[in-house]
Structure formats: structure tokens, C-alpha cells
Design a protein around this ligand. Structure first.
Ligand code: NAD
Ligand code: WQD
Length: 338
């Protein structure tokens, strides 16, 4: 029995594949290579020391998806595949709804056709929207989302909830990630953004390596200790281990489960800059700029439900996140090879 990992060559997917295989779970990986390099496959393979199946396929390709289920013994799916750039989603809403929402509908329909009813879905803290106050808890109302990307996550959560209501023999786990950063300890796997990074940590590491002149800090007039935004940064390997637990859950029990994957601790932008400087020994020049549209002041999780029900908690602190991000960036200044 294998777990199908859609988007499995991307940032979070690749780290999850390593932790799954290290814990004895067989995986089949699928990706359309839209936002990753094929060499990510070789890096995963080198780390786990064994071969595994990879399909270059788009989740919207019904025929291609059916072939995967036809050929492989798949009992559950971890669904990472999706587009994730908030700003781009505002420019290209149709592409985002097609890829993320339509893609998920095709995946679910093919799963149903092959009797596979266990899925772990990559949701996001963004579904909590603008109106909830941190620490964010799973039973808070979701949906006050401000951009098309976030709306695709919210819509997919709604679809999965409706699917479970229609057929209780599904086992569905919605994982709401906070801010994943960091990289594999080996320095051989990490985040490899295309173009100008949207997110804080890859921007910082690109300043540190000399690809960008300075960091733009988006606002220092929020109601926080130093005026900059506060987020719940989580090490990508902790996040990956959360998926190992979530797969155990859906394999063991029918139901609809929702968990935050975060640390429960919030750090400001300037905290992250300082921690990164300490970990790397490199000074990060920065400039205070206007707020970024759509940002909120404070966002961090209440992570207790995942501890109680999955026996999972994040173990790696900010220092380790910074050290590992820096090791990846400094050993791979241009990311994964072509
Ligand atoms: P990523 O872009 O590195 O990985 C996504 C992978 O999916 C890529 O390898 C891409 O090529 C693939 N993909 C995209 N569309 C596809 C399609 N139609 N068919 C097949 N493959 C497709 O992103 P990531 O950071 O690893 O994120 C993984 C998931 O987690 C995404 O769904 C994302 O929305 C979600 N998420 C990410 C974050 C974050 O900050 N990184 C936070 C919350 C949620
Ligand atoms: C973190 C903090 C910025 C860049 C996004 C998505 C969210 C989820 C995770 C997918 C904020 C500040 C950033 C920069 C800065 N993704 N910042 N200068 O916005 O919390 O979340 O990624 O689901 O949906 O919205 O993460 O890393 O972009 O920003 O000052 O160049 O860093 O204002 O306070 P965010 P981020």
C-alpha cells in the first residue's frame, strides 16, 4: 500500500516524502514540475537511499491520474499540488481556481472511482481570514479570506467537508499550516522560489547570498512589540513529521479531522532578521517600507489539538530554522540544478 503524494517534488512535499519513507511508508510521487525541478527527485532519493515511483502528471489530467491509480496500489493521498503565490493569484484568479479547485475536484473524483477515500490536504492559516484573533483555534469561523489563493484553500476545505457529509466512509484531514521555513539538515533540500521571493525567509537568504541588495520590511507601525508583523514560523521538517502522523490518522480512522500545524509562538519580522544574522554571521541590510496590502498584524496558532489527537508537536526552534535555511541557500546559491 502506498501514499500518493501530489506536488511531492515541491518544498513541503519533498521534505514530507523523506520523512514518510524514513518512517517506513511507501510513496508514489506525482508532480507536473510547474514549480519545482526534477533534480528534487534525485535529492530525495539520495537522502532515503531507495528508489520510488515518480509520475510527471497534472492533477487536472483525468486520464493521467486514472493511470496512476490503475498502476499503483494507492490507499491514501497527501495533496500538496497547488499554486501558492498570493500576489500572483490576484492577477490570475482563473488560473488559481482552475489549478487548485478544479484540480482537486478531478483528484477526488478519480480517488472515488478507485475506492481510495483517505486524504490529507494542505490547507493554510490563511483560511482564518482577517477577523479572528490569535492564537487561532481549529473551531474558529473560517472564510474571511482576502485573496483568490486563500479562497481556493477555503473552497477546497468546504468541498472536502461536504464530501465527508455525503459519505462518512471517507477519512479526511485538513492541515492548516502556519509559516513553513527552514530546510533539510543535510543542506541538499530546501525552498527554491522562482523569481523574486514573496515570502520573508527566502528573501532574507537571497539578501545574505548577495542576490538582493536589502530586505524590504513591510510596515513597522503594527500594534506589535517592534511594530513589524508577527507570524508563527515552523520548521519544514516538523511540518513534514506532522504529515506522517496525519497519514497514520486517516489510515486508522474514518472521519473529518482539522489540525493547525504551527509552533504556537509568534516572532516579528525583526526577530527573524536578528535570529538569521546570528545563525549565519551575515548582516542583513533592511529598509522599513509601507505595509503590504492584505497583511495582518499578528497570526499564530494554538497547536494543542494536534498534540492531543496526533501526538505531534513542533520541536525545532527559530535558531535551527535559520541555520538550516542558510545551509541550504549557501550550499545551493541557485537552488536545485536544472
Ligand atoms: P511548492 O510550489 O513548492 O509545491 C507545490 C508542488 O505542486 C510544486 O512542485 C508544483 O510543481 C506542483 N503542482 C502545482 N500545480 C500542480 C498540478 N496542477 N498538478 C501537479 N502538480 C502541481 O509549494 P509548497 O510550499 O511545497 O506548498 C505545498 C502546498 O502547501 C500547497 O498546496 C500550498 O498552497 C500549501 N501551503 C504552503 C504554505 C507555504 O508557505 N509554503 C503555507 C500554507 C499552505
Ligand atoms: C511574513 C511576514 C510580511 C516579505 C504567506 C501567505 C500564507 C501562507 C504563508 C500559503 C509578514 C513580512 C515578508 C518581505 C516582509 N502561504 N515580510 N518583507 O504573509 O504570513 O503568509 O505565506 O498558504 O497564505 O499569505 O508570509 O513570509 O510573506 O510574510 O517584511 O519581503 O514578513 O509583511 O509580516 P505571510 P510571508
Amino acid at each position: 500500500m502506498s501514499v500518493l503524494v501530489t506536488g511531492g517534488l515541491g518544498y513541503i512535499g519533498s521534505h514530507t516524502c523523506v520523512e514518510l519513507m524514513n518512517s517506513g511508508v511507501d510513496v508514489v510521487v506525482l508532480d507536473n514540475l510547474y514549480n519545482c525541478k526534477k533534480s528534487s527527485y534525485d535529492r530525495i532519493k539520495a537522502l532515503v537511499g531507495k528508489d520510488f515511483k515518480f509520475y510527471e502528471c497534472d492533477i487536472r489530467d483525468r486520464e493521467g491520474m486514472s493511470k496512476v491509480f490503475e498502476n499503483e496500489d494507492i490507499d491514501s493521498v497527501i495533496h500538496f499540488a497547488g499554486l501558492k503565490a498570493v500576489g500572483e493569484s490576484v492577477q490570475k484568479p482563473l488560473e488559481y481556481f482552475d489549478n487548485n479547485v478544479n484540480g482537486t475536484l478531478v483528484l477526488l473524483d478519480v480517488m472515488r472511482q478507485y475506492g481510495c477515500k483517505k486524504i490529507v490536504f494542505s490547507s493554510s492559516a490563511t483560511v482564518y481570514g482577517m477577523n479572528n484573533v490569535s492564537p487561532l483555534k481549529e473551531d474558529m469561523e473560517v472564510g474571511g479570506v482576502t485573496n483568490p489563493y486563500g479562497r481556493t484553500k477555503y473552497m477546497i476545505e468546504c468541498i472536502l467537508k461536504d464530501l465527508y457529509t455525503s459519505d462518512n466512509s471517507w477519512s479526511i484531514c485538513l492541515l492548516r499550516y502556519f509559516n513553513p521555513i527552514g530546510a533539510h539538515k543535510s543542506g541538499t533540500m530546501g525552498e527554491d522560489p522562482n523569481g523574486i521571493p514573496n515570502n520573508l525567509m527566502p528573501f532574507i537568504t537571497q539578501v545574505a547570498i548577495g542576490k538582493r541588495e536589502k530586505l524590504n520590511v513591510f510596515g513597522n507601525d503594527y500594534a506589535t512589540k517592534d511594530g513589524t508583523g508577527i507570524r508563527d514560523y515552523i520548521h519544514v521538517v516538523d511540518l513534514a513529521l506532522g504529515h506522517v502522523k496525519a497519514v497514520e490518522k486517516v489510515r486508522g480512522e474514518e472521519g473529518l479531522f482539522i489540525y493547525n500545524l504551527g509552533t504556537g509562538v509568534g516572532y516579528s519580522v525583526l526577530d527573524v532578521v536578528k535570529a538569521f544574522e546570528k545563525a549565519s554571521g551575515v548582516t542583513i541590510p533592511y529598509e522599513i517600507c509601507p505595509r503590504r496590502a492584505g497583511d495582518i498584524a499578528i497570526c499564530y496558532s494554538d497547536p494543542h489539538k494536534a498534540l492531543t489527537e496526533l501526538n505531534w508537536k513542533a520541536e525545532r526552534g527559530l535558531e535551527e530554522m535559520c541555520e538550516d535555511s542558510w545551509r541550504w541557500q549557501s550550499q545551493n546559491p541557485d537552488g536545485y540544478p536544472d
